[in-house]
Design a protein around this ligand. Structure first.
Ligand SMILES: *[C@@H]1O[C@H](CO)[C@@H](O)[C@H](O)[C@H]1NC(C)=O
Ligand SMILES: *[C@@H]1O[C@H](CO)[C@@H](O)[C@H](O)[C@H]1NC(C)=O
Ligand SMILES: *[C@@H]1O[C@H](CO)[C@@H](O)[C@H](O)[C@H]1NC(C)=O
Ligand SMILES: *[C@@H]1O[C@H](CO)[C@@H](O)[C@H](O)[C@H]1NC(C)=O
Ligand SMILES: *[C@@H]1O[C@H](CO)[C@@H](O)[C@H](O)[C@H]1NC(C)=O
Ligand SMILES: *[C@@H]1O[C@H](CO)[C@@H](O)[C@H](O)[C@H]1NC(C)=O
Ligand SMILES: *[C@@H]1O[C@H](CO)[C@@H](O)[C@H](O)[C@H]1NC(C)=O
Ligand SMILES: *[C@@H]1O[C@H](CO)[C@@H](O)[C@H](O)[C@H]1NC(C)=O
Length: 497
């Protein structure tokens, strides 16, 4: 009777444990069909099959949106039946086993844990920790260190500088196949941080360099309590975002077709709203225009050469040609720089950086070195400082419609170069303004002179109020307008006065 009662209690205890489960231990595992749910029911972990597929994967998805899988364990190694089990084995690792107890996937940590517990957190992070170090933030392993195609708030995208390990996103192969696809989304830390979307090993899209405040050249997106953190210290360099004051559920991901997207959950309607999707226009594709060209979506054609450069072959309208110097450089005879505004700075290829120099120092250093083609501030805050110098071709420049996210670039031209420092657009504006104003002036002069001619007779009858000079200058204007030949005479008369 005593033992029966004991089993009875144990039975109820175990029932009570199941609904709240967000952890697995060496003795508590989950089978296909069972799931872990995080404490506040944000995320769920379990087995799933993508649409149109019967293969089984271990994944994490939103409890509210089970189709939105944010992490997959066995991406390239699916289980073919519904006999998979997730557990912790005695070396302290989380493992995914198939029917024949072969290891399909493992958390792969070498650190031995006394009392291992794996827990699904409300951030969407699956962590492996020691139950005795309760509350400690040090995990033996965490899924956030192995991103799939989705960057959740609090996840890092970047580099561990000590180990050289890079955290980046890799797209799914297709909508029904979570295996590693062609597109990656990663932080390049070559000279200054820039974010690239790669198609295989080819650069497909790029943000401008990190300028101390934001990644240049990225259109300003609506903020939605959204905070971007950029961390650079001696141990690591990464970018992360957080949705603070947090009613907003959001994620960013790289889709299987290569788009970087930011999605926000709409409680009403229970749907995801795509608030950012890039590339969003032709100019966002890397190197859309040739080297030393500028891409502007509001122009036709969208590509033109930088000032001081001309298309290499002018006939070829079909494909963007290389832009070459309009006249060869002669460093000794003197060069100068012209300022171009509102640009996404060129890719940091053949670029050097000194982050303490002022803009003036940067200019004189660039001027002294014949191989320096262009320079710009590296940091925009506090009026701007730091010096970026390009010595090769200038690649992937775009002109911005909203000038806020654009920066200034100074490019080297010959001192004798017949280029205006003004942007063509502004120059056109000024020409139009001048034409309009002179048109108005001529029109009123004409009116005045016609009025004067018609009233001349009446005027002669009236007493003369005007002094002679005023009258004569009026005459002069009218002669200028009406009569070229008498104009010379007027001049003469004037001289004689
Ligand atoms: C699933 O298959 C149907 C029919 O073949 C197709 O129309 C649909 O696009 C597929 N869905 C996905 C996500 O591949
Ligand atoms: C389990 O996995 C192993 C290794 O991948 C494989 O050889 C075996 O066929 C799998 N068993 C089942 C039932 O899928
Ligand atoms: C697991 O660890 C081994 C040895 O440390 C390493 O070679 C392998 O790449 C790791 N696998 C994963 C998925 O991290
Ligand atoms: C962790 O340890 C405490 C006591 O040390 C125990 O009550 C609790 O059940 C353990 N948690 C897990 C998930 O094993
Ligand atoms: C990615 O590269 C492949 C092969 O290089 C190409 O066929 C495909 O069109 C590219 N995709 C995109 C979106 O650029
Ligand atoms: C124009 O561009 C096409 C495609 O790149 C190329 O095949 C052709 O030779 C070019 N023609 C000229 C005149 O440069
Ligand atoms: C950067 O420029 C400053 C001022 O010209 C100079 O003192 C410093 O040595 C430079 N740093 C590097 C790494 O070149
Ligand atoms: C000029 O610039 C090139 C490329 O950045 C560099 O290799 C070279 O050392 C520089 N020369 C001088 C004199 O600073």
């Amino acid at each position: 009777m005593g033992t029966l009662y004991f089993f009875f209690v144990l039975f109820f205890l175990s029932i009570e444990l199941i609904p709240a489960a967000d952890t697995i231990t060496p003795t508590r595992f989950i089978r296909d069909g069972e799931t872990l749910v995080s404490l506040r029911e944000s995320f769920e972990l379990g087995f799933f099959s993508p649409v149109n597929s019967t293969k089984r994967y271990l994944g994490i998805w939103y409890k509210k949106s089970p189709a939105t899988v944010v992490w997959v364990a066995n991406r390239n190694n699916p289980i073919i039946d519904r006999q998979g089990v997730l557990t912790i084995i005695n070396n302290g690792n989380i493992v995914l086993l198939n029917k024949t107890k072969s290891i399909i996937w493992s958390s792969n940590t070498s650190r031995k844990v006394e009392n291992p517990v794996a827990q699904l957190l409300d951030s969407g992070n699956l962590v492996l920790k020691d139950n005795f170090s309760e509350g400690s933030e040090s995990y033996q392993w965490q899924s956030f260190d192995y991103p799939s195609d989705t960057l959740l708030p609090g996840m890092k995208l970047g580099w561990d500088l000590k180990t050289g390990v890079e955290l980046y996103l890799t797209s799914w192969k297709s909508a029904d196949d979570p295996s590693y696809g062609d597109f990656t989304y990663r932080l390049d830390i070559h000279v200054l941080p820039q974010i690239f979307t790669y198609n295989g090993s080819t650069k497909m899209a790029r943000t401008g360099p990190w300028n101390g405040v934001f990644f240049g050249g990225v259109p300003k997106s609506p903020n939605f309590n959204f905070e971007l953190n950029f961390v650079h210290d001696k141990n690591e360099i990464y970018y992360m975002y957080e949705s603070f004051n947090n009613p907003v559920i959001m994620l960013t991901k790289i889709t299987h077709s290569g788009f970087f997207q930011r999605l926000i959950w709409k409680e009403r309607g229970s749907i995801w709203d795509v608030v950012v999707s890039a590339p969003n226009d032709l100019c966002e594709y890397y190197g859309k225009c040739s080297a030393n060209g500028v891409c502007s979506v509001d122009k036709a054609p969208i590509c033109e050469c930088l000032q001081g450069f001309i298309p290499e072959s002018q006939q070829n309208q079909t494909s963007p040609t290389r832009c070459v110097r309009s006249s060869p450089f002669d460093c000794r005879s003197g060069d100068r720089f012209i300022k171009l505004t509102g640009l996404k700075l060129p890719d940091l290829v053949d670029t050097s950086l000194n982050d303490t120099m002022s803009l003036q120092e940067c200019e004189s250093k660039c001027l002294k070195n014949c191989s320096c083609k262009a320079y710009a501030n590296s940091i925009v805050s506090g009026g701007g400082r730091g010096c970026l110098m390009w010595s090769g071709d200038l690649i992937d420049i775009r002109k911005h419609v909203d000038e806020i996210s654009g920066q200034d670039l100074y490019i080297r031209v010959r001192a004798s170069e017949q280029v205006s420092d003004l942007n063509e657009y502004r120059r056109q504006k000024i020409i139009i303004a001048v034409l309009v104003i002179s048109g108005i002036l001529i029109f009123f002069s004409l009116l005045f002179c016609i009025w004067k001619k018609t009233t001349k007779k009446d005027e002669e009858l009236k007493p003369k109020f005007k002094n002679r000079e005023q009258a004569e200058s009026e005459e002069k204007i009218c002669y200028q307008v009406f009569d070229e030949s008498s104009r010379r005479e007027t001049k003469k008369q004037y001289k004689n006065l």
